[in-house]
Design a binder for this molecule. Sequence first.
Ligand code: KIV
Ligand code: ZN
Length: 510
Amino acid sequence: MNDQLIIFDTTLRDGEQSPGASMTRDEKLRIARQLERMKVNVIEAGFAAASNGDFEAVHAVAEAIKDSTVCSLARANENDIRRAGEAIRPAASGRIHTFIATSPIHMEKKLRMSPDQVVEQAVRAIGWAREYTGDVEFSAEDAGRSEIDFLCRIFEAVINAGATTINVPDTVGYNVPEQFAETIRTLIERVPNSDKVVWSVHCHNDLGLAVANSLAAVRAGARQVECTVNGLGERAGNASLEEIVMAVRTRKDVFQCDTRIDTTQIVPASKLVSGITGFPVQPNKAIVGANAFAHESGIHQDGVLKHRETYEIMRAEDVGWTTNKLVMGKHSGRNAFRSRLIELGVEIKSEEQLNHAFARFKELADKKHEIFDEDLQALMSDESSEPQEHFRLVASSFHSETGETPNARLTLSVGGKEAKVESNGSGPVDAAFKAIEAVAESGAQLLLYSVNAITTGTDAQGEVTVRLSKEDRVVNGQGADTDIIVASAKAYLNALNKLHSKLERLNPQV
Ligand code: KIV
Ligand code: ZN
């Protein structure tokens, strides 16, 4: 029997620390439910002490999730740990994850604590955490740049104090696979009570090595990997969940362990996270990118048609791709629409939301005769989780002609009142954004604009992401439409609605 590799997902905590990826409580809950469906072992739902909103979100996830352990992060101090303990109280299975930095540079410059003080504080932290749960994880922040002797010392002490998982983070993404594996091997060999805990790794992707380092650590004996959907996370992100899971599954001969993940839920999870955070997935991203299973070259196509395994090491359907399955057309009814959404794992909150989404589906089916699963997913992620949108696109007309200045004419609904506006720009998208700004006067700065095709073909919907920043807030907006200029305007308005919303968007960094 192979060992089990524990998949610890931190999309809702470390992933949320990506610029603009902050989520509302309801959005976190939707993602948590999908992670549970995917059978992730541990869901790190947030950092309870960071804000009341984050506390509420961890608490709500702890109440809702039954089949995965729900975890809160906490610095190694009494207040953080008590907040984390209260937040996970309703969980069927709850974990506290406490951390303190152990590298010389962090201890000296950031914590201003001596190594002895750090060990003492870590041991105290485990004691506080054990008052709430028997499932306590300890992380040595910046372990990747810490001294091995000091790591052995602090890990031995926290295991004696009752830690049950020891996590070794490469916080700044500095390590390389062979050396990181050697660190894990040495720790397991040298820490005298190492057999009492699960060894875990948490790798950042600054050198593009997060997955490689995590997998090397698994070969060296780590049995928990911390990762995120789509590799979301601080800076260059964390190790990507889908890559870890599929590498271990596809190369069981090498890793000698299994996960319990339902891999068919991977692509739906990727789309949900991308839709909610507004972080598009690059087309050539392994496993979940639109081209990950597309064979363009004639030689490859011929080989795959003759015998699939000539060029395919995994099956697209095993990770949840539905191969653009044609699901519906303009004659499909409301019941078929509802059933397909349920099959796709999309949550329908109310009859009102279903009716609204169905009306939009009918509009889309008039423009685009074949509606694929991807279209339905985009349509539903477009359905605002916030009941009242302050800014809404009512009507639009764009003009773009050789030798003429591009122009956009929009009718917007602003707080329920209609406003007509017109603007020129260097292109129709620029004109549309200028027209919206003329009404909204947000003064927000545009940080990112990107367009992706949701499915193939020239009638595919374009999915646009717009990132705006204003004062200390960064938000991502998304919009989808068969007309990419309309999709762009919707994405801009979606981002403005997030800036305007009173709903607290959570981000432990802020
Ligand atoms: O990167 C890191 O060190 C972390 C810890 C809090 C685990 O996210
Ligand atoms: Zn991290």
